[in-house]
Design a protein around this ligand. Structure first.
Ligand SMILES: [Zn+2]
Length: 605
């Protein structure tokens, strides 16, 4: 996770600019943009600083101060976006035109110009967010327990660890009971949010969201379908394999044919299946080492863990992190105060004040996470020479994709080079390593795709309010091959049980990141001397110590958001189109193995 600019992340309040009588010139636009950038940089840096203090020292006071600082930055952004509409008719030079566009399409929520409606949509937005945050399930059986209710974290743990279908069904149903009360507010929210988007010249809010991808909104949708078609055969194979393995385990609770029940995949949204790995693992899949045990055995400190990550980037030719990174970051959970431990990477002053904030344990998982987080930091530093409005990733999928790309280089061979393990497991262990990864990355793809397929259709009116839940499950069936474990109806509102829907956060970035990271990895692997189809398979290729890969990576990172993402993609991969074929290349041995295992078994749903 990264800390994003409030400018691009927060719901913002935008009203239509009143028609200006005076004619604006290109020089006016340049002047306006340079003032805007200076002002927004100052306000966003103040906001970041206040947020940092708040998340490292949680009290009512720090919460109030950070909310206020963020609001100042958002209000100014809205004001400036509104003013910038007077330049949209001008034929501006590329950079200025792009900045004006970024100011406008960075908004997630455009509020209508009517102040009453504007206030109403803002209130609905925070009350939906709040309803999710307060959501809990209080089962009868805990009536007399000290903790009577289960929050989403408790539910996540039960979904991950329980193998009792009755308990899993109970918890699944319980969590999905938090959202029916959101339905009325959500319906009204959609109406008002669309009204604001239309005033800005977009067909609806979905079109506003799609317009930030440097493609006509409808072409972008087609592009996503194309990517999904590329990767779907692998998903269908994984789905078929998991289905018959879970059928062996759970009997008829998992049908031998047809969709998978949503409550038995180890995750409340069935978006990540890693937790069922032990139920589906191939025989003799143990790689022969346990990185967590090794790190613990060596008394690896949190700081040592971060050094491993930094050394990775130094080996690619990147400059060391600044001294302030080591002085100001948070690496360990403090004993004396509340902090937000969820891992994040920051660039507090948008220049060189890089930091991470995470509570590191010496485990294999954190070992990967620190490589991921530093990917954000090195991206942030690479684009710091850009003008303020370009200090972001090429599109919102790129930032997460970079962190994940780096994490793909944490291979057994890399661990050997670090001296953490003596010898990498032979190719016979590949299937276990790849299957574990596929349950995360491949299982997620159709989920990452369907969330906004649903929302875009809701915003466009293609899905009317009286079909919200039906359409949700139709899409989950179509893309994921997943069905609800009990009958659902329009009295339910299952989309609201997913945070990003309730909190109005666009989701397609996660699908894009999942695709892009493999494309980046394949391109960098080629630079590092392990091309796809060569002697070293992609999943065993680490770009560690490859200056050539580092140069290629840096060439893209330093562009920031200054050019359309297609240009950035071309810089790193030599192609202007996204290509999900890289996923198929990466998982090639697994796909062959799955197809062999699935022989004579049904596939599809
Ligand atoms: Zn991240």
């Amino acid at each position: 996770m990264k800390k994003s600019l409030p400018l691009l992340a927060a719901a913002a309040w935008l009203a239509l600019a009143s028609c200006s009588k005076s004619r604006a010139s290109t020089d006016d636009a340049k002047q306006f943009l340079s003032e805007t950038e200076a002002r927004l940089l100052a306000l966003n840096a103040e906001g970041q600083r206040a947020d940092w203090v708040h998340e490292n020292f949680i009290t009512d006071d720090t919460e109030g101060l950070s909310a206020k600082a963020d609001q100042r930055a958002i209000d100014e952004t809205v004001k400036r976006a509104k003013e910038s509409t007077s330049f949209t008719e001008l034929a501006l030079p590329d950079d200025e035109a792009r900045k004006v566009k970024l100011l406008k399409v960075g908004l997630v929520l455009a509020t209508p110009s009517d102040p009453k409606e504007s206030e109403e949509v803002t209130r609905l937005s925070s009350s939906l967010d709040g309803a999710y945050g307060k959501g809990k399930y209080c089962p009868e059986r805990l009536k007399n327990a000290p903790n009577k209710c289960l929050e989403v974290e408790d539910i996540t743990k039960i979904m991950a660890n329980s193998r009792d279908p009755k308990e899993l069904l109970d918890v699944w149903t319980g969590w999905h009971a938090i959202s029916p009360p959101m339905r009325k507010d959500f319906t009204r929210f959609v109406e008002l949010s669309n009204k604001g988007a239309r005033e800005l010249g977009f067909k609806d809010t979905g079109a506003l969201w799609r317009s930030k991808y440097d493609l006509p909104p409808d072409d972008f949708s087609k592009e996503l379908d194309r990517l999904w078609d590329q990767v779907k055969p692998l998903y269908v194979s994984l789905h078929a394999y998991v289905r018959w393995k879970l059928h062996e385990r759970y009997g008829d609770a998992v049908p031998a044919n047809g969709p998978l029940p949503a409550h038995l995949l180890g995750n409340i949204w069935a978006q990540d299946w890693t937790n069922v790995y032990p139920l589906v693992a191939p025989k003799s899949a143990d790689p022969g080492y346990d990185l967590t045990q090794i790190l613990k055995g060596r008394n690896t400190s949190a700081r040592d863990m971060v050094h491993y990550g930094e050394n990775f980037f130094k080996s690619l030719g990147f400059a060391p992190l600044p001294a302030t990174f080591w002085e100001r970051s948070l690496f360990e959970k403090p004993r004396d105060r509340d902090v937000v431990c969820h891992a994040s990477a920051w660039d507090v002053d948008f220049v060189e004040d890089l930091r991470v904030k995470m509570c590191i344990d010496p485990t294999a998982e954190y070992f990967t996470t620190i490589h991921h987080e530093l990917g954000h930091n090195f991206y942030q530093r690479a684009y710091m020479a850009q003008p303020f409005l370009f200090r972001d990733s090429a599109n919102d999928g790129f930032h997460e994709a970079i962190g994940d790309t780096i994490a793909l280089s944490v291979t057994p061979e890399y661990l050997v080079k670090l001296g953490l393990i003596r010898q990498a497991p032979d190719a016979s262990k590949d299937i276990g390593l790849l299957l574990d990864k596929a349950l995360d990355k491949i299982a997620f793809l159709p989920f990452g795709l369907m969330i906004d397929q649903w929302r875009w259709k809701v915003f466009s009116g293609e899905i009317p309010p009286d079909k919200y839940n039906q359409a949700w499950w139709d899409l989950r069936f179509k893309y994921q091959g997943i069905a609800p474990p009990v009958a659902r109806g329009e009295a339910d509102f299952d989309p609201g049980a997913k945070y990003h829907v309730a909190a109005d956060i666009p989701y397609m970035r996660y699908f894009l990141a999942d695709i892009l990271q493999f494309q980046f990895h394949r391109a960098l692997a080629k630079e590092a001397g392990c091309p796809a189809g060569g002697d070293v398979p992609l999943h065993r290729c680490s770009i560690y110590q490859s200056k050539a890969a580092g140069d290629k990576l840096n060439a893209m990172l330093q562009m920031g958001a200054s050019k359309p993402w297609q240009d950035a993609l071309y810089t790193i991969s030599g192609r202007r189109e996204m290509d999900a074929g890289a996923i198929r290349d990466y998982f090639k041995p697994l796909e062959a193995w799955l197809n062999q295992q699935n022989q004579g078994k049904p596939a599809g749903w």
